[in-house]
Design a protein around this ligand. Structure first.
Ligand SMILES: NC(=O)c1ccc[n+]([C@@H]2O[C@H](COP(=O)([O-])OP(=O)(O)OC[C@H]3O[C@@H](n4cnc5c(N)ncnc54)[C@H](O)[C@@H]3O)[C@@H](O)[C@H]2O)c1
Length: 440
């Protein structure tokens, strides 16, 4: 049985560690946040992720999954040290590697047996070499049998366990093929394609993949804007495009744009990497600009439709950056709320899972307990995150509760005709004549 140490027990580390334990390894998940570890020991999850609580409980019970805030204990006898710490955006848009450095230094200081260091965090191209240098330098001539393997993670919050257990591919990059093969063994039972490449290529595959997905969303949002001007329906455009096997349907949903803990920081970091190495990443810049403008366009539409925003009551449905997660990092809803509050709007909002996280950052917003409380007395209602709970609202009741009749469907989820029949003024994103994106 392989022994794994996972450094960083956030979305990626906790899911990765738990799934590897489930696949039969002995896993020690470690985090510097001692309270997070204490709660995990009591079976309390630090994040909302469907199915995770049960899988953690099963694997703790089996004796294969352990939690600790003691890095020494976690690294003792470990064959693999997975680094899964955060790599947030720095001031210039670069990936901040301070947590990766601390993890690498701990490995250099505490390990004296052969070990494979696996970078799971999303890190700039060249970081694998940098981690190896840190370890070598820090050892100061004291030998250590180690290799660095890049193993970028592609799981999506909300379906993380399934994504881990049934991945489209596993990417492994290393200068040391034997080490990469050892990591590949951990994934063999998943029977998925495993690609082994060099370190820098593996690191770039992660950035290029996220940037491409973000590009698809910004592309369809640009098409949505043009649809609004020309009276076409972007939903059907995406469907028609998606039937082409070369294009496919995924990541072609027009709306408020992308957010979350990955796309914004990864596209920014890739653009930064490009600039500081002498390239001019024009496409990436446009992808980011279009995304930011999606929120501003909604602000503009609300301001116009309501004749100003000062003291207008606006209900926001959904705060997490996408459904099935409590993660609010760079959530479009939050950016929109800040823009609206800045112009004097009074916001009442609700999310099925993200209320605790939201209450820490939204100090002015009225956080309420149901979608109907969001609608009560509102001049406009905005769908910001397409949770299932919002798909089948009782709109007769919503109509009675609201003060105004304006609906802005930021995720194109609702039936425009039906809402209009109930007396609402409906705006979608790029829904042209059918969705009446122009309000014509
Ligand atoms: N969240 C996702 O959906 C996702 C998907 C793919 C890749 N990634 C990448 O994975 C990495 C981790 O992301 P996340 O969302 O899990 O982050 P997170 O913020 O949820 O978790 C990071 C954890 O690392 C801990 N930590 C920081 N320094 C530490 C140290 N020295 N020792 C031990 N623990 C330490 C923090 O306390 C925190 O609990 C990032 O690079 C991210 O880009 C994230």
């Amino acid at each position: 049985m392989s022994k794994l140490c996972v450094i960083g027990t956030g979305y990626v580390g906790l899911v990765t560690g738990t799934c590897f334990a489930d696949l039969g390894s002995e896993v020690h998940c470690m985090d510097i946040d001692a309270s997070r570890i204490e709660r995990l020991k009591q079976g309390i999850m630090p994040i909302y992720e469907p199915g995770l609580e049960q899988l953690v409980a099963q694997n703790v019970k089996s004796g294969r999954l352990h939690f600790t805030s003691d890095i020494n204990e976690a690294l003792e006898g470990a064959d693999f040290a997975f680094i899964a710490v955060g790599t947030p955006s720095g001031e210039e848009g670069e990936a901040d590697l301070q947590y990766v450095r601390v993890a690498a230094e701990a490995i250099a200081d505490l390990v004296d047996h052969p070990i494979v260091v696996v970078n799971k965090s999303t890190v700039p191209v060249g970081t694998g070499d940098w981690v190896a240098d840190i370890i070598r330098r820090r050892r100061g001539g004291k030998p250590l049998d180690f290799a660095v393997v890049s193993n970028p993670e592609f799981l999506r919050e909300g379906s993380a366990i399934n994504d881990f257990m049934d991945p489209d591919r596993v990417i492994l990059g290393s200068l040391d093929r034997t080490a990469a093969t050892k990591v590949a063994q951990l994934y063999l039972s998943l029977r998925c394609p495993i690609m082994i490449t060099d370190l820098r290529t593996a690191e770039m595959i992660k950035y290029a993949s996220n940037a491409f997905l973000a590009t698809r969303i910004s592309f369809i949002n640009e098409i949505a804007t043009i649809c609004e001007e020309l009276g076409a329906d972007v939903g059907q455009v995406a469907e028609g495009m998606g039937l082409d096997k070369r294009i496919g349907r995924s990541f072609l949903d027009a709306g408020l744009g992308w957010g979350g803990s990955c796309f914004p920081k990864d596209v920014k970091a890739l653009a930064h990497m490009a600039v500081i190495h002498g390239s001019n990443p024009q496409l990436l810049q446009a992808v980011m600009d279009i995304n930011r403008n999606q929120r501003r366009r909604v602000l503009l539409r609300l301001r116009k439709a309501l004749g100003g925003l000062d003291e207008k009551v606006i209900g926001i449905l959904g705060l997490s950056f996408k459904p099935n997660t409590d993660d609010i990092r760079e959530a479009p809803a939050l950016e929109l709320i800040r823009l609206l509050e800045n112009e004097g709007a009074v916001i009442q909002a609700y999310d099925p899972q993200a209320m605790d996280n939201a209450s820490k950052v939204l100090t002015k917003t009225h956080l309420v307990k149901t979608p109907y409380e969001v609608a009560a007395g509102a001049d406009a209602l905005v769908l910001a995150t397409e949770w299932n709970e919002f798909k089948q609202l009782d709109f007769e009741r919503v109509a009675q509760l609201m003060r105004g009749k304006l609906i802005l469907d930021g995720r194109n989820q609702w039936d425009a005709d039906r809402l209009r029949a109930l007396g609402f003024t409906y705006y979608g994103i790029g829904r042209g004549n059918n969705g009446n994106g122009n309000g014509n």
